[in-house]
Design a protein around this ligand. Structure first.
Ligand SMILES: *[C@@H]1O[C@H](CO)[C@@H](O)[C@H](O)[C@H]1NC(C)=O
Ligand SMILES: *[C@@H]1O[C@H](CO)[C@@H](O)[C@H](O)[C@H]1NC(C)=O
Ligand SMILES: *[C@@H]1O[C@H](CO)[C@@H](O)[C@H](O)[C@H]1NC(C)=O
Length: 336
């Protein structure tokens, strides 16, 4: 799991505020300007947000000025958000990208912002079932979920107050400490550790994968057939990234005003410009990596990532005829 610097600015602490909003997909491709800037990433990500997203994102770039549109609900939010992608592995060895629900266009990702509370873990999966209460797990559910699988990715929300980055890109931030509340999320008794006393808005991604459409092809040996784009069949390596791109002080203004527990965009319309579905769906970035990543069965995961359970580091396959992960420009490597 990779965590990267949240640009926090001068955000003040508040007891409660939340923005909860959907984003449609901007582009899906092997890009990760934070982990592999200038190179085609080893695995596929789905990216939402402003259309200034690129293979390289210099920290000095002014996203709100560069982006002309966003796939997220608020016009002021030219940030980029990205996560790994889920694939279904057919028993015959082919892979198909798992689509997302509730809506192919506006529900591709579901993002929450807020002075929100966090569990002591950063990453969970929820099996949506017709029967019983949903159960959260750290690994991908080992059974067919009738309503799909939701993955939750929490970002740390306590800052050391001093460093905008750190050598490992994460130790300047920490997760909150405290009890898990009754609903698992709203536990307001949690606090930031003394080493990281400054509370900043917490970024939290909810992504619902429409795994149910593959349940009729569940493997005969009973093994669960879903894998993440890195070749992770456990789910434990799920990850998300974030690049701050809110215009001016718009996020701070929203945090000061949008204190309704619903987090609905309409409740924040006094501070932020709420875009229509048509507006966010019309913001698109053409993929720059010349390969198919979705919409058809693929003979291998993009990047040729083999399925590896870990915990040792994953290895890469050389000469798989995938687009290079080391070239500055995304050009195909010759076959071996
Ligand atoms: C991405 O970067 C390339 C190379 O610098 C540039 O030509 C292209 O216009 C950029 N795309 C966007 C959307 O900024
Ligand atoms: C595996 O099955 C899918 C679905 O029937 C099919 O589209 C794909 O071509 C098959 N792959 C192989 C290698 O047979
Ligand atoms: C917070 O802690 C107080 C005192 O222990 C307790 O009464 C209250 O129920 C807790 N609130 C939540 C949301 O857990």
């Amino acid at each position: 799991m990779f965590w990267h610097a949240l640009v926090v600015g001068a955000l003040t602490s508040k007891s409660y505020a939340m923005l909860r909003f959907p984003c449609s997909q901007l582009v899906t491709e092997r890009f990760d300007p934070l982990v592999t800037p200038g190179q085609v990433s080893p695995h596929v990500h789905q990216i939402v947000g402003g259309n200034a997203f690129n293979l390289t994102m210099d920290p000095s770039l002014d996203l709100p000025n560069l982006a002309t549109c966003t796939t997220c609900r608020f016009k002021e939010d030219k940030s980029n958000y990205w996560t790994a992608v889920m694939y279904f592995k057919h028993e015959n060895g082919s892979f198909m990208r798992v689509p997302q629900i509730p809506n192919h266009f506006t529900g591709q990702s579901y993002l929450k912002y807020g002075y929100y509370d966090i569990r002591s873990w950063a990453l969970t999966f929820r099996c949506w079932d017709t029967f019983g209460s949903p159960v959260d797990s750290f690994a991908l559910p080992d059974r067919a979920c009738n309503g799909g699988i939701r993955s939750n990715i929490f970002f740390p929300s306590c800052w050391d107050g001093k460093h905008l980055d750190s050598p490992d890109h994460k130790s300047h931030m920490a997760f909150m400490e405290g009890d898990v509340g009754p609903d698992g999320i709203f536990f307001r008794n949690s606090t930031c550790p003394s080493t990281h006393p400054v509370r900043v808005p917490m970024v939290f991604y909810e992504i619902v994968w429409d795994t149910k459409i593959f349940n009729h092809m569940w493997p005969k040996d009973g093994s669960q057939p879903f894998v993440l784009s890195m070749g992770d069949p456990t789910g434990l390596g799920h990850h998300g990234d974030y690049l701050f791109g809110w215009e001016g002080d718009s996020l701070q203004r929203a945090m000061d005003v949008c204190t309704d527990v619903s987090g609905r965009p309409a409740d924040c319309a006094s501070e932020l410009t709420v875009l229509t579905d048509e507006e966010i769906n019309s913001c698109k970035l053409p993929p720059m990596v010349n390969e198919n990543v979705e919409g058809e069965y693929l003979s291998a995961l993009p990047g040729c990532n083999p399925l590896q359970e870990g915990p040792q580091s994953a290895t890469m396959v050389a000469n798989c005829n995938a687009v290079s992960t080391t070239e500055i420009r995304p050009t195909p490597t010759p076959s071996a």
